[in-house]
Design a protein around this ligand. Structure first.
Ligand SMILES: Cc1cc2nc3c(=O)[nH]c(=O)nc-3n(C[C@H](O)[C@H](O)[C@H](O)COP(=O)(O)O)c2cc1C
Length: 176
């Protein structure tokens, strides 16, 4: 599959196979983050790879993040609190990881559902770092609906993409 097919076929994966991610695959995912662009090349990020079962359990407290405990690992993306672009840079690095992972068959889901204070305490993250996002990674569970039962009421909203004409205009802004 070509890279463009990989980018276009990526979808958030919330059901994971009970299979760990081989070290060379994880190394590539992390390297894809390391090679991401950043303003002034400041690389204002730190990534915590959470594999510990008890820690994953503690991170999975709610309806929209319960699958953290099922994923073999979750990467917690942190940004320095200095500089306007640090969160954006870190987000871009995480997305590089997401695409690299999918290119190797590893699914992921970006999570905004976290309590920053709790995550910082749990993972010993110093005060001068922000938590930007959590991203679960793992091989998709075979035959399982990537959209689990308890998400069905949100299915339409979470899976429908706006038409291209609505989100793009050329040269000047044009209302859809
Ligand atoms: C910043 C951000 C936060 C998100 N937070 C959550 C979340 O807390 N729980 C969840 O299940 N999905 C979360 N998602 C995944 C979105 O629901 C998903 O990207 C969206 O529905 C589009 O579906 P797709 O990724 O399959 O294309 C988040 C995505 C982004 C980019």
């Amino acid at each position: 599959m070509s890279l463009i097919d990989k980018v276009l076929s990526r979808r958030s994966i919330r059901a994971y196979a009970k299979k760990s991610i081989p070290t060379p695959v994880l190394d590539n995912i992390l390297e894809a983050g390391r090679q991401a662009p950043s303003a002034g090349n400041r690389q204002p990020w730190h990534f915590i790879v959470v594999t510990d079962e008890e820690t994953k359990e503690k991170l999975s407290w709610g309806r929209v993040n319960w699958f953290i405990k099922d994923a073999p690992l979750t990467i917690v993306g942190c940004a320095t609190d200095a500089g306007n672009w640090s969160s954006m840079n870190t987000t871009i690095a995480l997305q590089n990881m997401v695409i690299a992972a999918w290119a190797m068959g590893v699914g992921s889901c970006c999570l905004g559902a976290f309590k920053e204070g709790d995550v910082k305490r749990l993972l010993n993250i110093p005060d001068n770092w922000k938590v930007v996002a959590l991203v679960t990674f793992g091989f998709p569970a075979e035959g399982e609906n990537r959209f689990p039962e308890n998400f069905q009421d949100m299915r339409e909203r979470l899976t429908t993409k706006k038409p291209i004409e609505e989100i793009v205009s050329f040269n000047t802004y044009q209302a859809p």
